[in-house]
Design a protein around this ligand. Structure first.
Ligand SMILES: C[S@@+](CC[C@H](N)C(=O)[O-])C[C@H]1O[C@@H](n2cnc3c(N)ncnc32)[C@H](O)[C@@H]1O
Length: 243
């Protein structure tokens, strides 16, 4: 398994389980519906993971196509399926999906793991998948926020479960901007190390690329819903395709 595939594999599920609760999924669902202005009829959930949002959107009555390149994630989504759902296992830059959607969703840090070309491909594909007037909603990482945090030293994430731990040590490189992370996992007495890079775009670059792809309305906010500011480490991009 490549390091890219390991990133969201079993260790991710194990260490993030305390965060990925039903209550958190309901809160994320409410935020997504609020940002989209209600329940879209047809949703494309890109990087759906284990289907926290895809299954909840379907249970409310949306027709949902759930995409993930991790076969275990798609299997878990399929096992929890309700209502009208379709499953696609593949890379979002390469999958072929028929139909147009009222909303294309990439929630909880699902983009940027295939370099800047992957971001370009995502924006191009998303424009094709959105119906005219359809919406794109992406929850990602805010490069300016990471740069501000990195002024105080390396970016560190530590997750502990009993005697097991996951430690991410990150830094930001520029031109083009990327978050570079070295990960150390101690689990069941074994230690493994890996690393990954996440391609990032600044807010002006998101806006420029989305406009070039045919999106005519755009906003960049923090998770609070307020316009994103330098200290935010999360960035929520919303865009509407021209009619
Ligand atoms: C952090 S999880 C988020 C899952 C889900 N959106 C949620 O809210 O729980 C990111 C997911 O994106 C998937 N992913 C990342 N890059 C992808 C790509 N290029 N194509 C398809 N899936 C991708 C990973 O396999 C992983 O399941």
């Amino acid at each position: 398994m490549s390091e890219r595939d390991q990133l969201f594999g079993d260790d991710y599920r194990y260490f993030h389980a305390p965060y990925l609760t039903a209550a958190q999924a309901e809160a994320d669902l409410a935020e997504v519906l609020d940002r989209l202005g209600g329940l879209p009829a047809r949703v494309l959930d890109l990087g759906c993971g284990e289907g926290r949002l895809a299954t909840r959107l379907a249970s409310l009555g949306a027709a949902v196509v759930a995409v993930d390149r991790d076969p275990a994630a798609i299997a878990a989504t399929r096992a929890a399926a309700v209502g009208s759902m379709t499953f696609v296992c593949g890379d979002l830059a390469e999958v072929s999906i028929d139909g147009e959607f009222d909303a294309v969703l990439c929630w909880f840090n699902a983009v940027g793991f295939d370099g800047h070309r992957g971001l370009d491909a995502l924006v191009r594909q998303a424009a094709a998948w959105c119906r005219p007037g359809g919406q794109l909603l992406i929850d990602t990482v805010h490069v300016e926020g990471l740069l501000a945090a990195a002024e105080d030293g390396p970016l560190e994430l530590v997750v502990e479960r009993g005697s097991d731990s996951l430690v991410d040590l990150g830094h930001v490189v520029l031109d083009p901007p990327c978050l570079v992370v070295d990960r150390t996992v101690r689990r069941g007495g074994q230690q493994t190390t890996s690393s990954y890079r996440q391609a990032l775009w600044s807010v002006p670059t998101w806006q420029e690329r989305l406009q070039a792809a045919g999106f005519t309305e755009f906003s960049a906010t923090g998770r609070s819903g307020e316009p994103v500011h330098a200290g935010d480490d999360s960035l929520v991009i919303w865009a509407r395709r021209g009619r």
